[in-house]
Design a protein around this ligand. Structure first.
Ligand code: C5P
Length: 400
């Protein structure tokens, strides 16, 4: 679990409906160990009260540059110096525009200009406002100046529309800040991750698939990017947003995943095979819908390539190759068997088929097996497990 112990987070809240989430955000930042001071813009005060945020942060909330009593207690320059991280969440289109222009027309924009701490913004607005070239130009300006732009996400919006513009969830924002506070152990390293299921077509309307959600692989890609790796994610058909800073190639079948992974192999430092790749595919794909007949139907399936084993035996083999094993029984024996048979550096094994872990769950428990050792990762969120596994990869790469 990443923490924010010792971090002093200045949370700026601007005036959008997502401001109601800042109460939860303050609580989570403090749970992660951060000290939090909150600044509200005049717009934000229409959506959430200073009283709520004062109670949750444990400190008076600042709203104005011209508050003599507050300036006497901790002046705005002192507040700008106090912060080790600045997060503006939600960041409205107007706030982004003002910060991009270098304005100092209220307390929050003044603090953004006066701080030397890293600044992150979590945009939240109507999808058309987000897509507007003015907003996009402002975001590009901020990015070019080193401001981290976290989100927005796609989904349903308070205005009744659906699209890109939802604020990134508070729990994810806390993870983003925590990750930026840890050393960039994989800076300069390249990591290739495969994730999700594969779908093997039978005919134009049917396929053979599996229940992998892709969450573990996506979490690993995200965790590696958070500690500085250049990450390429080869994703089977999943309903997940691309993690911040990760490049993604979408594939459908095992054959497509194989081609994408092998094609991207040269120059990678590590490969993580977290995908649930089909072991068999229909020997022939019908070009018309297969009609039902009397009695049973026989399908002939043929083997697919074992991507993980091929990566481990490839002339461009990355230094560290990690696979997964999802088993319903005898986990340790199968995992050690796979380690030897596939000639990989480690196998992360988990028990599937129990409620609340494995496929399609938020949490999981894993045991990592390698030649000469093993490590238990107790039940935790997949994002936390991912940081554990990425830490092990970093140890391996550092050991040379
Ligand atoms: O042999 P098994 O499927 O149990 O091994 C699981 C590991 O092998 C996973 O890391 C999975 O991504 C990888 N795998 C693969 N290509 C296949 C089958 C499995 O890369 N065709």
């Amino acid at each position: 679990m990443l923490e924010l112990r010792g971090q002093r987070v200045l949370l700026g809240v601007s005036g959008g409906i997502a401001a109601y989430k800042s109460a939860d955000l303050v609580r989570r930042l403090r749970e992660a160990g951060a000290e939090v001071r909150v600044v509200l813009t005049a717009g934000a005060e229409h959506f959430i009260t200073a009283t709520t945020l004062q109670a949750l942060s444990g400190h008076p909330v600042r709203t104005s540059l011209w508050d003599a009593a507050a300036e006497a207690a901790m002046g705005h320059i002192e507040l700008a110096r106090w912060a080790t991280q600045v997060l503006v969440a939600p960041a409205t289109a107007d706030l982004l525009a003002r910060v991009a222009q270098g304005r100092a027309d209220d307390l929050l924009t003044t603090l953004c200009l006066a701080t030397e701490a890293p600044i992150a913004v979590a945009p939240a607005m109507n999808r058309v406002m987000w897509a507007n070239p003015s907003t996009q130009a402002n975001v590009a300006t901020l990015r070019a100046r080193g401001v981290r732009v976290l989100g927005p996400m796609a989904g349903s919006q308070a205005c009744g529309e659906t699209g890109e513009g939802r604020m990134r969830e508070p729990a994810d924002l806390v993870d983003d800040l925590a990750a930026s506070a840890v050393p960039p152990r994989l800076a300069g390293r390249r990591l290739l991750v495969s994730a999700g299921p594969t779908f093997e077509d039978l005919d134009p309307v049917r396929f053979l698939g599996n229940r992998s959600s892709g969450r573990m692989g996506f979490a690993i890609a995200e965790a590696a990017a958070q500690v500085g790796a250049e990450v390429l994610l080869v994703a089977g058909p999943v309903k997940l947003a691309t993690p911040v800073g990760v490049r993604r190639i979408d594939v459908r079948s095992a054959a497509e995943m194989h081609a994408a992974v092998i094609g991207a192999l040269p120059g990678q430092d590590a490969y993580v095979g977290a995908a649930a790749v089909a072991d068999y595919r229909p020997a022939a794909v019908a070009d018309r819908k297969i009609k039902k007949g009397e009695g049973a139907m026989l399908l002939t399936l043929e083997r697919t390539a074992d991507i993980l084993a091929e990566v481990a035996a490839h002339p461009a083999r990355p230094r560290c190759v990690l696979g997964f094993a999802a088993e319903t029984h005898d986990v340790a024996d199968y995992a050690r068997g796979k380690l030897a048979a596939k000639k990989v550096d480690a196998i992360a094994a988990n028990l599937v088929g129990r409620p609340g872990s494995g496929f399609d769950a938020d949490e999981n428990a894993l045991t990592l097996y390698w030649n000469g050792g093993e490590r238990e990762f107790a039940t935790a969120r997949k994002t936390d497990l991912a940081h554990g596994l990425v830490g092990w990869i970093a140890d391996r790469l550092e050991a040379g």
